[in-house]
Design a protein around this ligand. Structure first.
Ligand code: NAD
Ligand code: UD2
Length: 386
């Protein structure tokens, strides 16, 4: 009798602590694998810099992609498929379904959701020029905040409640400590309308998750995305004079601009110039796939924010030196006054993404400069070929 009891409790322990957890794990693994193969991802702003690189990684991993863009900040003839997406097709050998749709257009968005069985959304579409956002704040609030809330409404109406949102380290404002963790306060030091739109959309999504427990949201806070796809077919193509450091340096290297102005040389940093956490665009793109997988983990509900950065900062002069070495070109520069609104240093603690997304940046500063240069050399005028 005792022997039988002993045996049955043994069976119970094995069942409870081994079989059931194994069952859960298998179910989760199967659902992740199934999603990778079969699921359809709607990518808003899919023709842009981060969007196009993410579409490449999605297609490489067998996702079906529906890209929408209103072509406000990408190179396209009229309402045709943007050049960046044509190049994505060249890189991957896969076709990309594309619709010229504005995220503020509820009816057009709804049609896309009715036409395709969308599983999740990666939401990139936004205006992103900091200076411009100070000049035309209402346009930024209407596009980035209004457009996002319209998108979420249409998603909910169609029963699609999984979303990865492109946020930014800008939500942290002036860092209170370094490296910046996800626990750093947000919203307090956002000094420009663009930064505020990112903070507001994060807050909207938190409220949406509170109101409806079916929603699963990942907020990805990017540090400084740079570089290009290794093929040199797609990359960053800023219109007009670049505001950001890396595109400016590469345009000096290729001879489109005479010299770089280094904004501030009296910061309390390694050489007095501003320090940032630059991250290769392909590493960043892969972070989005990891976020999609994270939302499928058992018990993942509501929202969570992750920093996507390398955890290592480089100064402006270190970037100039690295680019010069890789390209073999001299980068002329002059030291000028600080740029208004700039901070001395900003870099991520990316350990949460490593632990929970199983993601870490693998490409170093040399790869970032090499791939930017490859793209710039092959496409001196960006996507415009003539
Ligand atoms: N690139 C960065 O340095 C950086 C850093 C942090 C966060 N982000 C965020 O990542 C996202 C992508 O940035 P990016 O660098 O690829 O910018 P991008 O301008 O290259 O891409 C954004 C795309 O969205 C499209 N778009 C804008 N408004 C739209 C609308 N109303 N409807 C449909 N499409 C619209 C644009 O045409 C463009 O193709 C943005 O949300 C941006 O704020 C970017
Ligand atoms: C104020 C501002 O625009 N902030 C945006 C900018 O942040 P960042 O200021 O972090 O990026 P950036 O590329 O504009 O500047 C990086 C560093 O280079 C310096 N620098 C830049 C350009 C130049 O011509 N000369 C020069 O010295 C600048 O002072 C800073 O120290 O880009 C980020 C994405 O990458 C976010 O979109 C930020 O919201």
């Amino acid at each position: 009798m005792i022997h039988l009891l002993y045996k049955s409790s043994y069976v119970f322990v094995v069942f409870y602590y081994v079989i059931i957890p194994l069952g859960y794990l298998t179910k989760w693994w199967v659902s992740v694998e199934k999603m990778k193969g079969n699921s359809t991802i709607l990518v808003t702003g899919g023709a842009g810099y981060v969007g196009s690189h993410t579409v490449v990684e999605l297609l490489k991993n067998n996702y079906t992609v529906i890209a929408i863009d209103n072509n406000v900040n990408c190179y396209a003839t009229g309402k045709d498929k943007p050049e960046s997406l044509k190049r994505v097709e060249k890189i991957t050998g896969e076709s990309v379904t594309y619709y010229n749709v504005d995220i503020r257009d509820k009816e057009a968005l709804d049609k896309v959701f009715k036409l395709h069985k969308i599983d999740s959304v990666i939401h990139f579409a936004a205006l992103k020029a900091v200076g411009e956002s100070v000049q035309i704040p209402l346009t930024y609030y209407q596009n980035n905040v209004g457009g996002s809330s319209t998108l979420f409404e249409v998603m909910a109406k169609n029963g699609v409640k999984k979303l990865v949102f492109s946020s930014s380290a800008t939500v942290y404002g002036t860092p209170q400590f370094l490296p910046i963790t996800e626990k750093h306060p947000t919203g307090q030091g956002c000094t420009n309308p663009y930064g505020k739109t990112k903070y507001f959309v994060e807050e909207i999504l938190k409220d949406v998750c509170t109101s409806d427990s079916d929603w699963k949201v990942v907020l990805l806070r990017y540090f400084n995305p740079v570089g290009a796809h290794e093929s040199g077919l797609i990359g960053e193509d800023p219109s007009g004079i670049p505001n950001n450091l890396m595109p400016y340096i590469s345009q000096v290297a290729v001879g489109r601009r005479e010299k770089l102005q280094v904004f501030g040389s009296d910061y309390p940093t390694v050489d007095g110039t501003g320090v940032r956490d630059y991250i290769h665009i392909s590493d960043l793109a892969i972070g989005h796939l990891k976020a999609l997988e994270r939302m499928l983990q058992p018990h993942y509900t509501s929202w969570k924010a992750y920093n996507l950065g390398t955890g290592r900062g480089y100064s402006v002069l270190e970037m100039v030196k690295a680019f010069s070495e890789v390209s073999g070109r001299q980068i002329k520069y002059e030291l000028v006054e600080r740029r208004e609104g700039d901070i001395a240093a900003c870099y991520a603690d990316a350990s949460l993404a490593r632990a929970e997304l199983n993601w870490t940046a693998t490409r170093d500063i040399k790869a970032m400069c090499r791939d930017t240069w490859n793209w710039q050399k092959k496409n001196p005028k960006g996507f415009q070929t003539s």
